[in-house]
Design a protein around this ligand. Structure first.
Ligand code: ACM
Ligand code: ZN
Length: 752
């Protein structure tokens, strides 16, 4: 009984949506919205009518009615349109094939007058997208439908809308970290709400195989589990039943799922499950580390192709979409170059190099899939061995892959690291930067541009788990959705940002723990002679509250930041940010050291890389120490060359201590220097060696580490201090990047 009263109280309210004629905050922005006078009232008496001629329309109408039912406690049945009948309070879904020319398959027209709400489209897909816009006229809490109102008052308007690109996708890597079925389903809901239509499902990797293949049970029994560094087991896979359920769930929401079965590289989990698949046939372990690994499928062994064809046969029965992604990225050729079978095949085919062998590999799989009317997508590396035909290229190393594809008559999907790799934080790709993405390369002619089907944002999950995925994907997904749907000339960041602010409530209703739009804590720190370090904190995003604590000053609690600070000592500052419901526990840390070389003179014998320049010429003597993240903007990187710095103290001083900081991250080709030599001089011409310190720390650690190389000695008068850090040159033979140019990453040179 109690529940019944509750219902009655709610029924007395009506919801007024933008009834004042204010333009609603629809994302992605429709091509055209015309606001009109008046409102339309959806009540339990409102009829819901379809023209029942089109495939899928009845299903779309049922989903609509189910939601209305849960919102209002009741709703009309789906009725069939009766010509000649006068309707007064009605919602009509109608499809007209003639609209295909103007609206395409996915476009729609929504016309709301005081008497009726009509969504017209060429297909049920268009009606579906009209409904996604319609829901955005409702209050945010309809997303989690529960009885909230007896009626809904919507503004009269006309929307004419269609997508700019037919391919609007998100890649979800479920290998590095497993995403449970509920997470995948939640993302399908969110993607379809924002009119995205492709889920690119990355299912096989070095670190895991996550799709059940009945003919090869080891792939999941063995290949879906790995032993982590702490000896724990990490596992998970999707059964074929799970996959069918997910594919069907996606289909109702107009999302086509593209499975990615990686080959010939990123295949350690498969090879570890069936060792005959590799060139060496050695038993491997499933990789617990991230990176690129030299063991790949053997190209010279027919049983490998038999395996792949059998796998793909099962994949094809599970995924009805016409595209299958076959990977093709980051394939080291080391094993092929040293494999008798691969070498024999190369010679038989008269190929010059192993890039051409990869071209052969991809062609062979393409021909196999073509027989089943499937089209392949491959990462842009698949064109490295020469042209291919009838392939779709996913361009990730910039946009060049898309240009190359379009100019050779192939289709392209764009997801460049610069704008579409949302596994990078907002410091690399802010919401504004994601929004500035232009999917059509300017190098292409009008006809060539037609080959660019659209784009994807890529969610690689080395550092993403179900716990933080929302934080990385949102709100940037909204930017990608608008980039791929809305007309280019109508895109405007200020307007978009205002609409995003309105969508935070919707995201909360979707139980999405969205993250920041931009770097939440920006440090602006510089040393002022005789005064100390001046510290300003700011945020890349409006409305964020900042808190800080200074260590080494008996003051560990976090205080709100209000004004700049000046501190004349060495210290560590920790800051954190708070914004609406963003749950971010990240600490932003800067460690400062007061010393004799601060902001004095600096000459470098070899240039630092423009990609890792930190604060430029003074980065090594600015008092700021690099953190354990080599992309923090504090480390200066030197590739192949030594770091060789001369500090000019500007006058002769007593010196008794020098140190230099270094970072090692072997998977990123950054190693501690082989040795570090310190010397001093009074005139800058004749130097006296102070010490030469050999590195004793292993190169083989996978962890990112930082280490100060120090020398302490009896005080000596010097004006110039020289520090030479010997680069190891190239990655050693045991390393996955064997032969590649190694880096030295240096930071503060401290003189006392
Ligand atoms: C990729 O990011 N390796 C496609
Ligand atoms: Zn081989």
């Amino acid at each position: 009984m109690k529940r019944y009263y509750f219902v009655i109280i709610l029924l007395t309210f009506s919801y007024y949506a933008s009834a004042t004629g204010k333009v609603p905050s629809i994302i992605p922005l429709p091509s055209k919205i015309i606001m009109k006078e008046g409102t339309f009232n959806i009540t339990p008496k409102t009829l819901i009518v379809i023209d029942d001629q089109t495939n899928g329309l009845i299903e779309v109408a049922h989903v609509f009615i189910a939601k209305l039912n849960s919102l209002m406690g009741t709703a009309s049945e789906v009725l069939t349109f009766e010509a000649g009948r006068k309707y007064t309070n009605v919602i009509i879904f109608e499809t007209k094939a003639v609209l295909f020319d103007s609206l395409g398959e996915e476009g729609y027209i929504m016309d709301i007058t005081t008497k009726q709400l009509i969504i017209t489209a060429a297909s049920s897909k268009g009606i579906f997208y009209g409904l996604q816009s319609l829901w955005q006229l409702f209050p945010a809490n309809i997303i989690n439908p529960k009885l909230i109102s007896k009626s809904y008052i919507l503004p009269c308007l006309t929307i004419v809308d269609k997508p700019r690109f037919p391919w609007r996708g998100m890649l979800l890597d479920c290998c590095r970290h497993f995403m449970p079925k509920e997470v995948v389903l939640k993302y399908i809901d969110a993607l379809s709400f924002y009119k995205m239509n492709r889920l690119h499902w990355h299912l096989t990797e070095d670190q895991a195989w996550r799709i059940e293949i009945k003919q090869y049970p080891n792939l999941t029994a063995f290949g879906s589990k790995r032993i982590e560094e702490d000896s724990s087991e990490y596992k998970g896979f999707y059964s074929q039943e799970d996959i069918k359920e997910i594919v069907a769930y996606a289909a109702i929401r107009n999302i086509s799922i593209v499975p990615e079965i990686e080959m010939p590289g990123h295949a350690v989990a498969a090879i570890a499950s069936y060792p005959y698949l590799s060139c060496t046939q050695e038993q491997l372990t499933i990789e617990p580390k991230w990176g690129v690994f030299k063991d790949v499928y053997c190209a010279g062994n027919d049983s490998v192709f038999q395996f792949l064809e059998n796998v793909l046969n099962e994949v094809m029965t599970l995924f009805p979409f016409e595209y299958i992604h076959i990977g093709g990225d980051e394939v080291p050729k080391y094993r092929w170059d040293n494999c008798p079978k691969c070498t024999t095949l190369r010679n038989t085919l008269g190929l010059d190099n192993s890039d051409q062998l990869q071209q052969y590999f991809i062609n062979r799989i393409n021909n196999f899939l073509k027989k089943s009317q499937k089209k392949i997508i491959g990462w842009d590396e698949i064109l490295d061995g020469g042209n291919l035909s009838n392939v779709t290229i996913q361009s990730w190393r910039g946009m060049e892959g898309a240009v190359k594809a379009a100019k050779t008559g192939n289709d392209a999907i764009v997801s460049p690291t610069s704008h579409a790799y949302f596994d990078a934080g907002v410091q690399a790709i802010s919401l504004a930067k994601a929004y500035s993405f232009e999917p059509l390369p300017s190098e292409l002619s009008g006809d060539e541009k037609k080959h660019v089907l659209g784009g994807e944002c890529n969610i690689w999950t080395e550092r993403i788990t179900p716990a933080n995925i929302d934080n990385m994907v949102f709100p940037r997904l909204l930017a990608m959705a608008e980039v791929l749907w809305s007309p280019k000339e109508q895109r405007n960041y200020v307007g978009f940002k205002k609409r995003v602010d309105k969508h935070y409530d919707i995201l909360k209703q979707m139980r999405i723990n969205y993250g920041f739009e931009d770097v939440p804590v920006v440090f602006n720190i510089h040393y002022v002679e005789n005064k100390g370090f001046n510290i300003k904190l700011s945020s890349g995003q409006q409305g964020i509250k900042l808190f800080f604590s200074i260590e080494n000053m008996n003051n560990k609690e976090y205080k709100p930041y209000t004004v700049p600070l000046t501190i004349n000592s060495s210290f560590t500052i920790k800051a954190k940010a708070n914004y609406k419901s963003v749950a971010d526990t990240t600490l932003y840390i800067r460690k400062l050291v007061l010393h004799k070389a601060l902001n004095k003179g600096m000459t470098l014998a070899n240039p630092y890389s423009p990609n890792y320049e930190a604060a430029g010429n003074y980065a090594l003597i600015d008092g700021l120490k690099g953190t354990a993240n080599y992309r923090d903007g504090l480390w200066q990187g030197f590739q192949k060359q030594n770091m060789e710095a001369v500090v000019d103290l500007k006058k002769i001083m007593q010196v008794q201590f020098i140190s230099a900081g270094f970072l090692q991250s072997a998977p990123s080709w950054i190693f501690y220097p082989e040795w570090v030599e310190f010397s001093g001089s009074v005139d800058g011409v004749i130097y006296t060696q102070i010490s030469k310190i050999e590195n004793t720390i292993t190169m083989k650690s996978e962890n990112t580490q930082i280490h100060d190389v120090e020398t302490t000695f009896t005080p000596v008068p010097f004006r110039y201090i020289k520090v030479v850090a010997k680069n190891v040159g190239v990655c050693p033979p045991w390393h996955n990047g064997a032969g590649g140019e190694a880096w030295v990453f240096a930071d503060e040179i401290i003189v006392k």
